[in-house]
Design a protein around this ligand. Structure first.
Ligand SMILES: C[S@@+](CC[C@H](N)C(=O)[O-])C[C@H]1O[C@@H](n2cnc3c(N)ncnc32)[C@H](O)[C@@H]1O
Length: 341
């Protein structure tokens, strides 16, 4: 069999596929107009969909046909649209759901638009988000409570995977008081304290997530074993606890910033306390250069992905020494550090 050499036209086509913006925006537009939700609810005729979306029927038809050729909808008979399995995913508006992320009115779209700041991020080695939106990511969340609530719900949906493993992998019977540094809206602490009834917990984070965490702890009968602190993990942390958990927060920061966070934990932990770094480490298929996650961390927040060795280097720079490591599922890793050599 003779295989033709790739032609210049092939290369141009592959380049088109790499750079096309029509399809990503077409998908986001049907989500923003809630077309998939309406079809799922039984509104399948083009004229009815246009009315429900307050859209121009002819323009909407062009959009839906474009996406029918890309596997999102099926048009059968003419002017009647159904969802494919891909289209069904667009109806999911829960915390981590595709529909919530792709809606052009939400935080997902603000995060996506930060990609326009990638040249700035590559030139400076810092985040590009502020160059696009005028404020850095965390300050922007402070300014937009709805976005903050969405972000916290997203983190909570990921904590459903991490928290039960953290609760079961670490020897919590050795611990009396744990501080969750940058603990978000408290999903991890809730799980750990729920599973280990002798534990006391303190959560440190920014204003909004701390308020959510306080409500969550009260709702789960944990108010008397928890304390919430509006704080800054670049400043001194509540001292004297047995374990300082830093869960999926170092990835948001440059090496210099991440080292400072660990140094603050080390200072608060003193000679006897421990620092427990929880991360989902790069594993297949979530590997730098194969997934976009590492670049996304850079452009959004100036962060980066790291493996065990890189975390140990950060910890060493913060005056900490590796103690024990616990491996969970799909790359979830608990790296325990302690004072001195
Ligand atoms: C990626 S989230 C991780 C949340 C949670 N630990 C988890 O495992 O899902 C990072 C958290 O760091 C918090 N954060 C960002 N800057 C902070 C600061 N300067 N001081 C304290 N917390 C901060 C954010 O508000 C957010 O809740």
């Amino acid at each position: 069999m003779v295989i033709d050499a790739p032609t210049e036209a092939d290369a141009a086509e592959r380049l088109d596929r790499l750079t096309d913006l029509a399809t990503p925006f077409a998908v986001r537009t049907v989500v923003t107009l809630r077309v998939p939700d309406r079809i799922a609810a039984g509104v399948t005729r083009l004229d009815e969909l246009a009315e429900a979306c307050d859209a121009d029927a002819a323009a909407l038809g062009r959009l839906l046909r474009y996406l029918s050729h890309r596997g999102v909808f099926v048009e059968e008979p003419p002017d009647v649209f159904e969802l494919t399995d891909v289209g069904e995913l667009l109806c999911d508006r829960d915390g981590g759901g595709h529909g919530a992320h792709l809606d052009l009115g939400g935080l997902g779209a603000r995060m996506d638009r930060a990609w326009a700041g990638l040249p700035h991020a590559i030139r400076t080695g810092g985040p590009g988000y502020g160059a696009v939106h005028g404020h850095d990511f965390w300050a922007d969340l402070d300014r937009h409570p709805d976005d903050r609530a969405y972000f916290d719900a997203l983190m909570l949906s990921q904590q459903r995977f991490t928290a039960p493993q953290v609760a079961s992998l670490y020897p919590w019977h050795e611990v009396g008081h744990v501080v969750d540094v940058g603990g978000g809206s408290g999903g991890l602490l809730r799980e750990v304290l729920g599973a280990h009834r002798h534990l006391r917990g303190t959560l440190v984070d920014r204003n909004e997530p701390v308020a959510t965490a306080a409500r969550t702890f009260a709702e789960h009968g944990l108010a008397d074993r928890t304390e919430v602190v509006v704080g800054d993990f670049f400043a001194p942390l509540p001292a004297g606890a047995d374990v300082y958990v830093v869960s999926r927060a170092l990835t948001d920061w440059s090496d210099a910033h991440a080292t400072t966070i660990l140094r603050r934990c080390a200072e608060a932990a003193g000679d006897t306390g421990r620092v427990l770094v929880v991360e989902v480490l790069p594993t297949v298929p979530h590997v730098p250069h194969l997934s976009s996650y590492d670049l996304q961390m850079l452009v959004l927040v100036g962060g980066r992905e790291r493996g065990v060795t890189e975390h140990a280097a950060l910890a060493a720079a913060a005056g900490l020494t590796p103690r024990r490591t616990y491996h969970g599922e799909d790359g979830l890793t608990l790296m325990e550090f302690g004072a001195g050599g």
